[in-house]
Design a protein around this ligand. Sequence first.
Ligand SMILES: Cc1cc2nc3c(=O)[nH]c(=O)nc-3n(C[C@H](O)[C@H](O)[C@H](O)COP(=O)(O)O)c2cc1C
Length: 148
Amino acid sequence: MSKVLIVFGSSTGNTEGIAQKLQEIIAAAGHDVTLRNAADTAAAGLAKGYDAVLLGCSAWGEEELELQDDFLPLYDEMEAMELSGVKLAAFASGDSSYTHFCGAVDAIEARGRDLGAQIVAEGLKVDGTVSDAPDAVQEFAAAVLAAL
Ligand SMILES: Cc1cc2nc3c(=O)[nH]c(=O)nc-3n(C[C@H](O)[C@H](O)[C@H](O)COP(=O)(O)O)c2cc1C
């Protein structure tokens, strides 16, 4: 059994819905999953004690990429999470009509890599809600589970 932390930043509940589904799938596979809202979460030592961390964050910019409000402080302080050697994957709900479709996923992966995390699944970018992409969510979860 692995310990998995899922943290999401979500303004209208779409990324939260993906996070909940991921929790359900990974917990059903027998792992110990903690789900946290970025709004109530601090970066310092966040990854400590976890085998894997899944970070979900929507994007709200127009021309420029802007990360979801609650997640932004965590992103800015990602180095404090102690991610070195930790299995990491990113996910988001977004809207493919925007320039930076699910842009937070790429940003989180890049910073995580720089901080020594091991990216264990290709970032999950859902155009809409969890019910628009059930297969993609399952595939992402399967990739994470295979790495645990
Ligand atoms: C002003 C505005 C800017 C947005 N910018 C982006 C963007 O850059 N990339 C993207 O994929 N979606 C963008 N969106 C769409 C939201 O990210 C999308 O609705 C998402 O599902 C919200 O997820 P949340 O409920 O988890 O916050 C934008 C929406 C608005 C209203």
